[in-house]
Every structure is written in structure tokens, then in C-alpha cells.
Write a protein that binds this ligand. Structure first.
Ligand SMILES: Cc1cc2nc3c(=O)[nH]c(=O)nc-3n(C[C@H](O)[C@H](O)[C@H](O)COP(=O)(O)OP(=O)(O)OC[C@H]3O[C@@H](n4cnc5c(N)ncnc54)[C@H](O)[C@@H]3O)c2cc1C
Length: 382
């Protein structure tokens, strides 16, 4: 049975997220974009309504949203401000390995406090020499007695300057290559955790992105997630779950751009009539509306598969790549519909275009998504 309708609860959630975006995010989006600062006042409110901890199971104090709920709110929040959305949803990215692979003790110790006061967490995979090739990372974890000692540096870490814990991927058995990777929970207060410089970014400027160094950081063996050697699997299973929300963010950014461009085109007159009446504008709008709808369907399908516990690697990759490509394409087109005004910072369109770009890059570039998709579609060759 196919159903495209949301439940009453999901509709209420969607409405709540849309209102939050309209009241709290949109009015503050330009300010935080210009200032390149952490939107603390908005995040306090986001914490109060549960968006910062929405995926944490109820048992540990969170909202226990399922995957469809998460993509529904992701679209709305990213339509408000993609940078603030990233701050919120990177928490979900960092919590996912703990939710999927953590013990009850680890969840109580690390997730519950996040639900008690506004807190953040980070997912530390990427390194200078290991971006798309995540298996090649150089951070090392050496076991001595009942402790691990972690050494290495990570780059482009979202929420790194704000986090109270980090999920750090390190190789604990380098001779095994990718099979030597493990994932560890590293508390911020552990000696040797060094927060580096904040990156100056094109878009998502309201989100915090830093370099992180781990210098002889000692953590107890109880902070290992799952078991040694499954770090790569933990990273991939996490990204399978978090890619559809990135696609949903693409839908949100594209929808915000299209809605603005439609209003603009109805009001902007050239040659004595609204530019919306030119067939060129109408066809562009129709094309964008089709692509946004198609992206949303891919995103919802991937989320539904996840909620059903069915394999979803290919569909999550499709949702992420298609949703973010649509965001890029639509925002470029909408800047064009606004003409010169689209290029000006007094209008929201150029920010939407800058914000769309990151969605094609983080959580695995869209080229890597296409590798995932093609491997599954084509299967083994000879
Ligand atoms: C603002 C921002 C926030 C981020 N937040 C986080 C975070 O919180 N945690 C984290 O761990 N990481 C984070 N990242 C890192 C992000 O996931 C990586 O930037 C991304 O995976 C790409 O890695 P790279 O930048 O090293 O590019 P590279 O891997 O060097 O890729 C460069 C280009 O080559 C292409 N390419 C590479 N390999 C292949 C291939 N096999 N086939 C075809 N094309 C290929 C890529 O698609 C890309 O176009 C963030 C990045 C940014 C910019």
C-alpha cells in the first residue's frame, strides 16, 4: 500500500518547524550570515522546543523522532536558514553512532546530559589528507592498559567549537588499513583536546566549523563505540541515516528560493507587465516546482525505507545527491529571475545560493553519492 500522507503528528511537527523557521530563523538569518557567528539565542529556543535533541531516544530524554519526522522538519528548518539548520542537525549526525552502536551506559552518560541543557556534539571523520577517502585517515588510537591514547587532527568539523563531546574516528590497528578503524567518544574536557581556528566560509555562516587536534588524549576503554575495527561500518551506517536529511535540507533551500522568486516575479514589472507573465519565467518556475517535488519524493522514500528497517544505502545517496543538486540548480535560476537584485545582499537569494553549495559537498560529495549509487545499480563488472 502506498501512502503519501503524513500522520496528524507529522503534520503538527511540520507546522511547528515551519513556524519556528518563520518566527525565529528567517528574521535572524541575514544577521548571523553577515556576522559569521553562532546563533546562540535561536539555538536556545531550538533546544527548548526539542530540535537539538530530536533524534535521541525518549529513554535518554530526547524526542525519538523517526527518519520521516526528521526529514520533514529538516526541510522546514533549512528553508529558514541552512546555517542554523546545520548547527541543529550536526547534533543528530554526532548522536547517530552513539544511538546505533553505543551501550546503555554510554547513552546515559553522553546523550542524556545533552537533553538537560543546550549542548552540542561533533562528528570527527574528515582529515586534511582523508576527505572522500575516509578509510585513509591518519588519526591513531593506541590501547595502553584500560585506556586509549588518541593522536591526530581533523578538519572542517561542524560544531567543533561548541561541542561537549566528539565522536572521533581513529585507526587502532593501522596494519589492517580500513579494517583497523574504530570510533571513540571523546569528552571536550579531556586534556589534549584542542579546538583550532574557525573556518571563514562561503555559506552556512551561522554554523561553527573548526579544525580539531587530539594530542595524547587519554580516554577510558569504555568510550569505544561497538568494538575495535568497525569504525568504517559505524561511519557508513551513520551517513546512510543522515544523508536523506541533507537532501531534505536541499528541498527546503530550493523551496524557499522558489517561493521568494514567484512573489518577486508577480510584482516586478518590465515592458509594462509582471515578469511572471513571460513564458520564459513561467516555464522556469514549472520546471523548478517539478524538480523540488521529485526531490522531496526521493527524500521521503529513503526515510520511509529507513523507518521500515529496509536497506537504503542507494536511496539515501540518491536523496542526498538529487536534493542538493536541485537546491543548487534552483537557487542559481532564482537569482536569475531576480536579475541584478538577486545578486545583492539586501535580498535573501544570494545567501540561498551560497548555502545550497555546501549541501553538495558535506556528508560525502555528490560524486561519492554517485559512486555509491552506480556500484549498487551496476553491480560487479566481470
Ligand atoms: C562547511 C563544512 C562542514 C563540514 N562538516 C564536517 C563534519 O562535521 N565532520 C566531518 O567529518 N567532515 C565534515 N566536512 C567534511 C566534508 O564531509 C568533506 O569536505 C567531504 O567529504 C569532501 O572531502 P574533501 O573536502 O577532502 O574533498 P576531496 O575528497 O579532496 O574531493 C575533491 C573533489 O574530488 C572528488 N572526488 C574525490 N574522490 C573521488 C572519486 N573516487 N571519484 C570521483 N570523484 C572524487 C570529490 O567529489 C570532490 O569534487 C565538512 C565540510 C565542510 C566544507
Amino acid at each position: 500500500m502506498i501512502s503519501f500522507s503524513l500522520t496528524e503528528e507529522q503534520l503538527a511537527l511540520q507546522e511547528m518547524a515551519r513556524e519556528f523557521a518563520e518566527k525565529e530563523m528567517i528574521p535572524n538569518a541575514a544577521k548571523y550570515d553577515k556576522g559569521d557567528q553562532f546563533s546562540e539565542d535561536v539555538m536556545k529556543k531550538a533546544f527548548e522546543v526539542g530540535f537539538l535533541t530530536c533524534t535521541i531516544p525518549e529513554k535518554y530524554g530526547g524526542g525519538e523522532m523517526n527518519d520521516l519526522d526528521t526529514v520533514v522538519i529538516s526541510e522546514e528548518l533549512a528553508a529558514g536558514c541552512a546555517g542554523m539548520y546545520t548547527t541543529m542537525m550536526v547534533n543528530a549526525l554526532a548522536y547517530t553512532p552513539v544511538i546505533l552502536f553505543g551501550t546503555d551506559e554510554q547513552k546515559k552518560k553522553f546523550l542524556t546530559p545533552q537533553t538537560e541543557k543546550m549542548s552540542f556534539a561533533s562528528f570527527c571523520l574528515t582529515e586534511r589528507e582523508a576527505g572522500s577517502d575516509a578509510g585513509a585517515l591518519k588519526t591513531r588510537a593506541k590501547k595502553i592498559g584500560k585506556e586509549y591514547i588518541i593522536n591526530g587532527s581533523k578538519c572542517f568539523i561542524s560544531n567543533g567549537g561548541l561541542a561537549s563531546f566528539y565522536v572521533v574516528f581513529a585507526n587502532s590497528n593501522p596494519e589492517k588499513g580500513m579494517r583497523g578503524l574504530s570510533a571513540f567518544i571523546v569528552p571536550r574536557e579531556a586534556p589534549g583536546v584542542i579546538i583550532g581556528k574557525e573556518e571563514d566560509k562561503m555559506g552556512h555562516r551561522a554554523s561553527n566549523t573548526v579544525e580539531m587536534t587530539f594530542e595524547d588524549v587519554k580516554i577510558p576503554e569504555t568510550n569505544l563505540l561497538g568494538k575495535e575495527g568497525i569504525g568504517f561500518i559505524i561511519a557508513m551506517k551513520t551517513l546512510d541515516k543522515t544523508r536523506a536529511p541533507v537532501g531534505a535540507a536541499g528541498v527546503g533551500v530550493a523551496r524557499a528560493a522558489l517561493e521568494y522568486a514567484i512573489e518577486y516575479a508577480k510584482n516586478r514589472k518590465q515592458f509594462g507587465k509582471p515578469i511572471a507573465l513571460f513564458q520564459n519565467t513561467l516555464f522556469k518556475i514549472a520546471q523548478m516546482a517539478m524538480e523540488i517535488n521529485a526531490a522531496r519524493h526521493l527524500v521521503w522514500h529513503a526515510a520511509w525505507l529507513m523507518d521500515e528497517g529496509k536497506p537504503c544505502g542507494k536511496e539515501s545517496a540518491m536523496a542526498k545527491a538529487f536534493g542538493s543538486d536541485v537546491a543548487m540548480k534552483v537557487t542559481i535560476e532564482c537569482v536569475q529571475i531576480l536579475g541584478g537584485y538577486g545578486y545583492m545582499k539586501d535580498y535573501p537569494m544570494e545567501k540561498l545560493m551560497r548555502d545550497a553549495k555546501l549541501l553538495q559537498i558535506y556528508e560525502g560529495t555528490n560524486e561519492i553519492q554517485r559512486l555509491v549509487i552506480s556500484r549498487e545499480v551496476i553491480g560487479p563488472i566481470v
